[in-house]
Design a protein around this ligand. Structure first.
Ligand code: HEM
Length: 285
């Protein structure tokens, strides 16, 4: 009978015989390529509780997925500006899947009970996902713009500059509306709006999107763009919902470490509509 260190024939298995590279002296290895030394030493619990490691890794992995989402959203927007809708659609589909991935991740965090979290909560101080500059950048990129959200980053001028640079650009939805405008003339208040302000839903925009949905065959690219945006917002809403449900499960209605009303604040955020007219038109269609 063979044991785990031998092949079925009884000989010890050496992957080198199969061509595996075993010598990395001076060559780039897996760990070098991925900067694993840096990545795997970035988990620094502030308490000696067991569950803090889960809490840290859950946030860090979320930030990594957000980093990829930003990369894809930036490229998708640039492609849309160039009129390369098909390439943009592929990227937007990926961003929706990234959020689905983030949604599944809540299942791991949900294994942390209120007792587990309370044991290290004080160690977090005032830190909170509310101060995630990447999350805010994603919101700004999509069109949910609120200059008040710059304030928690005032101590980091580099991050304020990054977020302000985003506020000076058209959001993904602004770019989609410019594509819509090429077919259906939209008011100046929409097309030449102050980009740094929150987008306000417009009846003219809803009417134009409704035309697209009434005749998808005639406006296929706009129709597909609209559905890609709705698909993405659908996953994004689920992330918000999963977050608030997990938060209520873990801290009930306590205030957040970031200082907001906690669950009450997050429930308010559930009402945010990123692409409002695309949702409204479904009632009147
Ligand atoms: C037990 C786990 C968690 C708890 C108890 C929790 C709690 C909260 C609370 C209460 C807020 C409101 C702001 C505040 O006053 O702190 C918040 C905001 C936020 N959290 Fe969490 N959170 C948890 C996990 C996560 C994870 C894993 C992420 C992933 C990055 C995350 C990202 C965010 C973001 C981005 C916000 C800002 C939301 C907005 O402004 O709309 N949270 N969290």
């Amino acid at each position: 009978m063979s044991d785990s260190k031998t092949t079925p024939q009884g000989c010890p298995f050496n992957p080198a015989d199969d061509g595996a590279q075993m010598d990395f002296d001076g060559r780039m290895s897996y760990g070098d390529y991925l900067s694993l030394d840096m990545l795997l030493t970035a988990q620094k619990p502030w308490s000696d509780t067991h569950d803090e490691m889960l809490f840290i890794i859950q946030h860090q992995t979320s930030e990594l997925w957000m980093r990829l989402a930003i990369h894809e959203l930036q490229a998708a927007r640039a492609r849309l500006i160039k009129g390369e809708a098909r390439q943009a659609f592929k990227m937007l589909a990926r961003v929706a899947r990234i959020f689905e991935q983030l949604n599944s991740a809540w299942d791991v965090l949900r294994t942390m009970t209120p007792s587990d979290y309370t044991a290290f909560r004080d160690a977090l101080g005032q830190s909170s996902g509310f101060q995630s500059h990447q999350y805010r950048l994603i919101e700004f990129m999509l069109g949910n713009r609120n200059k008040a959200m710059l304030k928690p980053h005032a101590h980091r001028p580099d991050l304020v500059a990054l977020l302000e640079a985003e506020l000076a650009q058209p959001s993904l939805y602004d770019v989609a509306l410019r594509a819509l405008h090429a077919r259906f003339a939209l008011p100046d208040t929409v097309i030449n709006r102050d980009l740094s302000e929150a987008y306000q839903a417009s009846e003219a925009v809803e009417a134009a999107w409704s035309e697209v949905y009434r005749a998808p065959e005639a406006h296929w690219e706009l129709y597909e763009l609209a559905e890609k945006l709705v698909d993405f917002e659908d996953y994004f809403r689920r992330w918000r919902f999963n977050h608030v449900t997990t938060v209520e499960r873990v801290i009930g209605f306590k205030r957040g470490t970031g200082g907001t009303g906690g669950v009450n604040y997050l429930k308010r955020m559930l009402e945010v509509e990123l692409f409002p007219e695309l949702w409204h038109l479904r009632t009147t269609l």
